[in-house]
Ligand binder design. Structure first.
Ligand code: GCB
Length: 592
């Protein structure tokens, strides 16, 4: 699915800003029928939870309503008009002028609907959106909705981040020619003789004539072709490299481009391959440094914000990181565009998180029961997971920064049923994109000797907390256990190992001469211990610390105003460990 853009033939109108907002019970049965009467307005994009100082809104379970009017430009006569939502978390139902036009499940991928017949140029349209934050076994991430003794709803979920909801990303009205470009798929290969191939496939609404032109960063034409599919040859290509991004522009023109349609896609030429225990980008071994992140910030929750985007990337650069994982859901497309532009490598993750009922003895919610069963993670959950994979790849397949798909975080991969659950999902991912490696993030209960699924994947991604959840406070014993485990994986599988999570909750400002958990000094010692071990094991091909910044979680006895494993605080101030990481990672970057 193409991100909307303004071009010679395309137009965009932003619907970001303040929308009327109400909880479900505050408005009548069918609020989409007319103008909603409510004293509240909510900002878009943002989560609604924290912007009002109101526990009822923060903790609301169920539907909330957003509504606004927009005038369709009178110049859009004869155009195809689309209403596009970059993310409605988790389930959105859209009404235009009182008519239900769209329904979408999955809170982190976009959807759009053609509203040409309802949107008269020069007239106002009324857009109403029902946003449902409930998580069930039919949603990804999954959850369980119940009813408390007093009749109020309850929501259980097993992932460690607050269930923020709302119109999290931008909303647009977009206009194209009626005959339009529906999709573009680009992959790149290199041959031995210093040339590269850009393979393209263009999907159009009318099967009309297509022309593509590839230009370099100086806008010089490099290659062109006629036809909806084909290959462009680039001699002496400038490669997209980690830390040294280079983007060509592929202009796709349908028809004559004036009455027809045109779309420009940035293209990075690079290859990705797993060979033995190495991860290769452009045939060079690549060692990942960086973080698991979250889309999370004070007030706005998971709302996309360009200020935060640019600042977070500035901090990644400052600290010398070369990569991050979009834990635990697809991030805003702006984030990937920026990563493309700035040479940051991305492991792109679905929202399949919390599929592990018995983790930590079930303390994250619920008693011991099988994770994979008709009552828990069922065929319905798997279908939703598959749909999440389809939408992720459809959206992100063209980003050079994305080097690997991560199709789940910490599923119960040592439990019966895991293989049956994941096998078709791995097959689906490979079928949709044969060019990128596939992984999942493995949780500590599934070790090298009892994990049931890791052989189906290309890279072993491990989330480990020796010295925190186990051997708490005892880094000497933790070091022994960590090394034992990593050596076990390295001996069992001929695959690269990435540590995709390791970290400790750290209260900024808590200092100790003799370090123990929660202090800044313990975070320093903990990470130094992990790095010592990584440096001793050649199969380890990357380190992504949990987490880039502190983030909000649901209330709980092991969380103090959220998860504090950040190297930066929630407002992006560095903890003491940041400078030490900076010297390690910038030295590695300079040596690469
Ligand atoms: C994990 C999860 C992550 C949590 C983290 C923690 O294993 O993948 O979502 O936030 O541990 O801090 O416990």
């Amino acid at each position: 699915m193409l991100k909307p853009q303004a071009s010679r033939s395309r137009d965009l109108r932003s619907l970001d800003g303040l929308w009327s907002f109400a909880l479900d019970h505050e408005v009548g049965d069918e609020p989409w029928r007319g103008r909603m009467v409510t004293p509240r307005q909510a900002p878009v994009p943002a989560s609604y939870n924290d912007v009002f100082a109101d526990a009822e809104i923060r903790d609301h379970i169920g539907v909330v309503w957003y509504q606004r009017e927009v005038v369709v430009p009178s110049t859009w006569t004869g155009r195809r008009i689309v209403l596009r939502f970059d993310a409605v978390t988790h389930t959105g139902t859209v009404f235009v002028n009182g008519e239900r036009v769209a329904h979408h499940e999955g809170g982190y991928t976009p959807f759009e609907v053609d509203i040409t017949s309802l949107a008269a140029p020069g007239e106002e349209v009324l857009v109403t959106v029902a946003v449902d934050n409930r998580l069930t076994s039919a949603t990804v991430p999954p959850g369980e909705v119940g009813t408390a003794e007093d009749g109020t709803p309850t929501q259980l979920y097993r992932h460690d981040f607050f269930n923020y909801a709302g119109l999290h990303r931008s909303v647009h009205l977009a206009a194209t020619a009626p005959d339009h470009i529906r999709d573009v798929t680009v992959t790149t290969t290199r041959d031995g003789s210093g040339t590269a191939s850009v393979h393209f496939a263009v999907d159009t609404s009318n099967g009309g004539d297509v022309r593509v032109v590839l230009r370099d960063e100086d806008r010089r034409e490099v290659a062109s072709a006629d036809g909806a599919t084909g290959t462009l040859t680039v001699t002496d290509p400038v490669l997209w490299q980690p830390g040294a991004a280079y983007l060509y522009d592929l202009e796709v023109v349908l028809g004559d481009g004036r009455d027809g349609d045109s779309y420009t896609l940035p293209v990075g030429i690079r290859t990705v391959e797993v060979r033995g225990q190495q991860f290769l980008i452009n045939d060079e071994p690549f060692y990942f440094t960086g973080f698991g992140k979250h889309e999370d910030a004070p007030f706005r929750g998971k709302g996309h914000d360009d200020v935060l985007l640019v600042h977070d990337f500035a901090l990644l650069d400052w600290i010398g990181a070369n990569s991050f994982r979009t834990s635990h859901y697809p991030y805003a497309e702006e984030v990937l565009d920026y990563a493309d532009r700035h040479g940051i490598v991305v492991i792109d993750e679905t929202a399949a998180v919390g599929m592990n009922i018995n983790m930590a003895g079930g303390i994250l919610g619920g008693a011991r029961k099988p994770t994979f069963s008709p009552e828990t993670m069922s065929d319905v959950t798997r279908d939703a997971t598959a749909q999440g994979i389809r939408e992720l790849i459809a959206r992100d397949k063209n980003h050079p920064s994305v080097v690997m798909w991560c199709i789940a975080n910490e599923p119960a991969s040592a439990e019966e049923g895991a293989r049956e659950y994941f096998e078709p999902l791995v097959d689906l991912t490979r079928e949709l994109d044969p060019t990128r490696p596939v992984t999942f993030a493995n949780q500590g209960d599934a070790r090298f000797d009892n994990d049931l699924i890791v052989d189906m994947f290309d890279v072993i991604c491990l989330n480990r907390y020796f010295g925190w959840y186990q051997q708490t406070g005892d880094l000497a014993r933790a070091e022994v256990e960590l090394e034992k485990e990593l050596l076990g994986w390295a001996a069992t599988y001929d695959k690269p190992i990435l540590m995709t999570e390791y970290g400790v909750d750290t209260v900024a400002g808590l200092h100790q001469a003799v370090p123990s958990p929660w202090s800044e000094e313990y975070q320093i010692d903990f990470l130094a211990m992990y790095h010592r071990v990584f440096d001793r094991i050649p199969a380890v091909q990357g380190e992504q610390i949990w987490n880039f910044a502190d983030f909000q979680t649901k209330a709980g006895i092991i969380r103090v105003d959220g998860n504090k494993k950040g190297v930066f605080t929630r407002d992006r101030r560095p903890k003491s460990v940041a400078r030490i990481l900076k010297s390690r990672w910038t030295a590695m970057r300079d040596a690469a």
